[in-house]
Design a protein around this ligand. Structure first.
Ligand SMILES: Nc1ncnc2c1ncn2[C@@H]1O[C@H](COP(=O)(O)OP(=O)(O)OP(=O)(O)O)[C@@H](O)[C@H]1O
Length: 261
């Protein structure tokens, strides 16, 4: 039987905005296989980040379920959720969020140390080598290029050996060539360490690196395509700017409480 690291069912996230309800997610059934690389695409405001936040335990749904690595996230208290985020998930965002006073190596191992964990130096050295950061181990982040800083952020996400990497437009600040290099390295490293990747991107070429592409529209999954280099038009079409739909209906379901970030 296939093992799914992520499983959501009937996932909804509604925001009450005055008289309107914004349906950021509106009934999402989403599964990710262990070790799979999934790219999420869709117009601005379609619900991509909201979905990533739900499966990363950064926010709670209005209704529906999220199971990650066999755990129902709704069953975890605040502290357990924080531990889940530190140990099971590696986050990579568009902004690198590096600590400027710490050198590259210290930045990479910081989350492990804060979690009271043991740093597997051999493993970290292996990541540094794969990400071509060996030479930069002892320098401060502000001496690095954008692409190098994002590689440090990737190394930091991977070093704690999370089962899953969640990346939200990780190369949004990088030029096309650098984006492809960085994402290619992320894919190689994650493969080597059997980590699952769920990545949001606006870049169709980057999406093609994934095993599967999922397109979201108005809070719903409208297309899921197994990547084989030949993208179906239906999975790629759509512009870049539209807002998710709102309704005049008042929310009938309880609003999700927000987990501590
Ligand atoms: N905290 C919030 N309060 C109210 N509405 C929100 C909140 N967070 C997100 N939304 C709304 O939910 C919808 C989905 O937002 P989301 O950030 O998931 O979109 P996205 O697809 O990631 O967009 P982008 O590509 O621009 O980052 C949008 O209409 C957004 O305005």
């Amino acid at each position: 039987m296939e093992k799914y690291i992520v499983r959501t069912s009937g996932l909804k996230k509604y925001y009450q905005m005055g008289k309107n309800v914004v349906k950021a997610l509106d009934g999402v059934d989403f599964k990710v296989k262990d070790g799979e690389f999934v790219a999420i695409i869709g117009k601005s405001g379609s619900g991509k980040s909201t979905l990533l936040h739900m499966i990363g335990g950064l926010d709670l749904p209005t209704s529906g379920e999220v199971y990650v690595d066999g755990r129902n996230l709704a069953g975890l208290n605040k502290e357990q959720l924080a531990i889940f985020r530190r140990r099971t998930v590696g986050f990579i965002f568009q902004s690198y969020n590096l600590v400027q006073d710490l050198n590259v190596y210290e930045n990479i191992v910081l989350p492990i140390e804060l979690d009271g964990g043991h740093v597997d130096t051999e493993f970290v050295d292996g990541i540094l080598e794969l990400l071509q950061l060996q030479e930069k181990k002892e320098v401060l982040p502000n001496t690095l290029s954008g692409g190098q800083q994002q590689r440090v952020a990737i190394a930091r996400a991977i070093a704690a050996k999370p089962a899953m990497i969640l990346a939200d437009e990780p190369t949004g600040n990088l030029d096309t060539a650098t984006s492809h290099d960085v994402l290619g390295l992320l894919k190689t490293v994650a493969r080597q360490f059997e980590q699952t990747i769920v990545l949001i991107t606006h870049d169709q070429d980057i999406a093609q690196l994934a095993d599967r592409i999922v397109r979201i529209e108005d809070g719903q999954i409208v297309c899921s395509h197994i990547g084989d280099g030949e993208m179906e038009d239906s999975c790629m079409e759509g512009g870049q700017t539209s807002d998710s739909h709102t309704t005049d209906d008042h929310m009938t379901e309880g609003s999700g409480s927000h987990a501590e970030k």
